[in-house]
Design a protein around this ligand. Structure first.
Ligand code: ADP
Ligand code: MG
Length: 294
């Protein structure tokens, strides 16, 4: 399983839009995908039409109350499942802080599912708190959505430093897969300049820096109103507007990511035997999750 954390400590840059639609695009490419909503605002869950009621299991129960991922996961569409979030996840930062191995809780719970899914996409909150550290400890790669405006570089250095800290202290295999320009307007001079600056900044990385080898994805996500509309219909772009520029761009991104050399798999190999989560060797991940939750 390749696991990608979608991260930027700024809000409104396109993290959730990317997490949901990249996950859906990878599923359309035939990959089995688990989307994890790790933001208490639950935007990724709402984006795919899931609003939890009291008593429904969520990522909070998985992280803090021993619920299995299989109990919380929901099927979104073919080959795509989500572990949804609820606002109660805000309490997780404090509760996790009391735990031993508090940075590795998510990595631990994902372990048994590593051979069940091809991709795990983690939608992070706009902060660098303990939940985000858990995402970075569980992920092999970080994808950084960015908007090409003049403050784009401001904050990127801090973000990359934080990723480096996690890499040195917790997860030595973590690497930055790349920077993705979202809401991109190719025609403007400013966009071109910012993209050039970011590329230059990344290419100047030293070999021991977590962002060494990181690049700007050649796919850019154009500003597209369909992408902004689809969350309110509880649909990803491929169900809402499959012929839109938004669908075209996220499909191109999925192909670019799938083509990249198979990255390091950081989620620890299953400590629990896979047979105990899968009801039968023939089951699809969605079926397996469903059965395991019974
Ligand atoms: N390519 C795009 N074109 C148009 N609107 C977009 C695009 N990407 C994101 N948006 C909109 O911008 C807002 C912020 O995006 P979102 O993905 O929620 O950011 P974040 O998760 O980083 O806070 C949302 O209203 C979203 O629908
Ligand atoms: Mg978001």
């Amino acid at each position: 399983m390749r696991s990608l954390a979608i991260l930027n400590q700024k809000g409104g840059v396109g993290k959730t839009t990317t997490a949901v639609n990249l996950a859906a695009a990878l599923a359309r490419l035939g990959r089995n995908v688990l989307l994890v909503d790790l933001d208490p605002q639950s935007h990724a869950s709402l984006h795919v039409g899931i609003e939890l009621s009291a008593g429904d299991a969520s990522i909070y129960d998985v992280l803090l109350h021993g619920a299995a991922i299989a109990e919380a996961a929901r099927t979104v569409s073919k080959r795509l499942s989500i572990v949804p979030a609820h606002i109660d996840l805000v309490a997780a930062e404090l509760e996790l802080a009391q735990r031993e191995e508090r940075e590795r809780v998510l990595a631990g719970v994902l372990g048994p599912y590593a051979s069940l899914f091809d991709y795990c996409i983690i939608d992070c909150s706009p902060s660098l708190g303990l939940l985000t550290v858990n995402a970075l400890a569980a992920a092999g790669e970080v994808l950084i959505p960015l908007q090409a405006h003049f403050l784009a570089l401001h904050g990127l250095g801090r973000l990359l430093e934080s990723i480096s800290l996690v890499r040195h202290g917790i997860n030595p295999q973590l690497r930055v897969a790349g920077v993705l320009f979202c809401m991109f307007e190719k025609a403007t001079k400013l966009s071109q300049e910012v993209a050039g600056d970011v590329e230059q900044f990344l290419s100047a990385a030293e070999p021991d820096q977590a962002w060494h080898g990181a690049r700007v994805f050649s796919t850019t996500i154009r500003r597209n109103v369909k992408l902004a509309e689809c969350p309110s219909f509880g649909k990803h772009i491929f169900d809402y507007a499959p012929a839109s520029h938004g669908a075209e761009d996220y499909f191109a991104l999925a192909k670019e990511i799938a083509k990249a050399a198979k990255s390091i798999q950081v989620v620890a190999e299953a400590e629990v035997p896979v047979a105990s989560v899968m009801p039968s060797p023939m089951a699809t991940p969605s079926e397996a999750l469903h059965h395991a939750a019974q």
